[in-house]
Structures are given as structure tokens and as C-alpha cells.
Design a protein around this ligand. Structure first.
Ligand code: DX5
Ligand code: ZN
Length: 214
């Protein structure tokens, strides 16, 4: 199978020990660090913002994959770029008709641009943006919390995106990913997996990351 980008979510890390927990995943072979930014409006939870991204940047040897689950993401792109984000993913539901402008804004910086859809949003809604972005992120849970169950139906969006995508588009999935669900997503065409609880709650983090590559 194609090479897969593994992006462990630090939402499941110990926030009092972020340096240690980032070190653990990078030593265990993670490709990216997934950072879940939530504002309490777009999703019913508040997590972390640009100051935390800035704080972890010097201790992260691998790219910071920043997932913005916030309203008005266009107002915060520059903050996250300045903080050291390497990939910035926005939600189509948050930008609507402004999506193209916000993608252009992200792409005007030296970072990758991602576009995400929630479980109820059909993949057809974002096909017109596939040539503009570097990555599509398909949510396989309702965004807001770690540790939720994988929604199998959402994975059916992967082939729809893949069939319409340029060859180098990264197709990422996020939510309820473990060895079994990760395999389903990869067989459907995903080439990047986000996993929070599966990786951080595992007794052997290296083995958990490797299991997602098999
Ligand atoms: C959910 C976040 C996810 C979350 C995944 O809103 O976007 O990145 O951390 O957690 P798990 O892997 O535990 O479902
Ligand atoms: Zn996420």
C-alpha cells in the first residue's frame, strides 16, 4: 500500500507534559503532530490556540498539522503561521462561500493548506476546491472530542474525493482511528491517519503507530 502519513493528536496527550509527549511520538516514528484547535463555537469544546503552537514549535522536530475547528478561521491564519504551523486545515462549514479566499490566504504563506468536512457535509460540496488545496480532511466523528466511535459511513467519502483529486492530494481521516478502522480508511484511499486516544492510550506507542502503517 501507499506510504501513509501518521499524525498523532496531542488532544489525548498530557497537557502538563506536552514536550515529553511530543518527544514520545516523534521517537516512535510519527510523521506529523496533529494539533486540535477548538473555540467553543464551531464545536462545543475549547482546547488550545496559537500560543501553545508557538510553545511546542521548538520541541517538535516533525511538522505541526494544525486542525482549526473554529469560526472565522480567516482571522487567525497569520497567528498560526507565525506560531509555526506547517499545515493549516480549515473547515468548509466555517468558511462557506469564502472558502477559496481563505485557502488562498493560507497558500500565500509557506504552509500546506487543508480543507475539512464534518460528518454531515457531502464530499461533493468541496470537489471544486481539490485543485487548490494540499490536503482534504474527512472527519469520521463529529468534531469536538477525542475518544469517540468511528463513523463507517463517513469513510465512504474517501473514494469520492480520491476519484476527483489530483494525484498528489493528501487524503486524511480523523476520528476513532485505530488499527482496524485505519485499515478500512487506507483501503478506501486515505493516505494520512490522525489518531489520538488509540496512540496515546496505548502501552506501546511505537507499536501502535506501526500498526497503522500495516
Ligand atoms: C476531534 C479531533 C480529533 C481527535 C481524535 O474533534 O479533531 O483529532 O483528537 O481523537 P480520537 O483519535 O481519540 O478519535
Ligand atoms: Zn483533529
Amino acid at each position: 500500500m501507499e506510504k501513509v502519513i501518521i499524525s498523532p493528536s496531542i488532544l489525548s496527550a498530557d497537557f502538563a507534559n506536552l514536550e515529553r509527549d511530543i518527544d514520545t511520538i516523534q521517537n516512535a516514528g510519527a510523521d506529523w503532530v496533529h494539533v486540535d484547535v477548538m473555540d467553543g463555537h464551531f464545536v462545543p469544546n475549547i482546547t488550545i490556540g496559537a500560543p501553545v503552537v508557538k510553545a511546542i514549535k521548538p520541541v517538535s522536530k516533525i511538522p505541526l498539522d494544525v486542525h482549526l475547528m473554529i469560526e472565522h478561521p480567516q482571522n487567525y491564519i497569520d497567528d498560526f503561521v507565525d506560531a509555526g504551523a506547517d499545515i493549516i486545515t480549515i473547515h468548509y462549514e466555517a468558511t462557506g462561500e469564502m472558502t477559496e479566499d481563505v485557502i488562498s490566504h493560507i497558500k500565500s504563506h509557506d504552509v500546506l493548506a487543508g480543507l475539512s468536512i464534518k460528518p454531515k457535509t457531502p464530499p461533493q460540496d468541496i470537489l471544486k476546491y481539490l485543485l487548490m488545496v494540499d490536503m482534504v480532511l474527512i472527519m469520521t466523528v463529529e468534531p469536538g472530542f477525542g475518544g469517540q466511535a468511528f463513523m463507517r459511513d463517513c469513510a465512504e467519502k474517501i473514494p469520492v474525493i480520491k476519484q476527483n483529486a489530483p494525484e498528489n492530494l493528501i487524503i486524511q481521516v480523523d476520528g476513532g482511528i485505530n488499527r482496524e478502522t485505519g485499515k478500512i480508511c487506507r483501503s478506501l484511499g486515505a493516505n494520512s491517519l490522525v489518531a489520538g486516544s488509540y496512540i496515546y492510550k496505548s502501552d506501546d506507542i511505537k507499536a501502535a503507530i506501526e500498526s497503522l502503517r500495516k
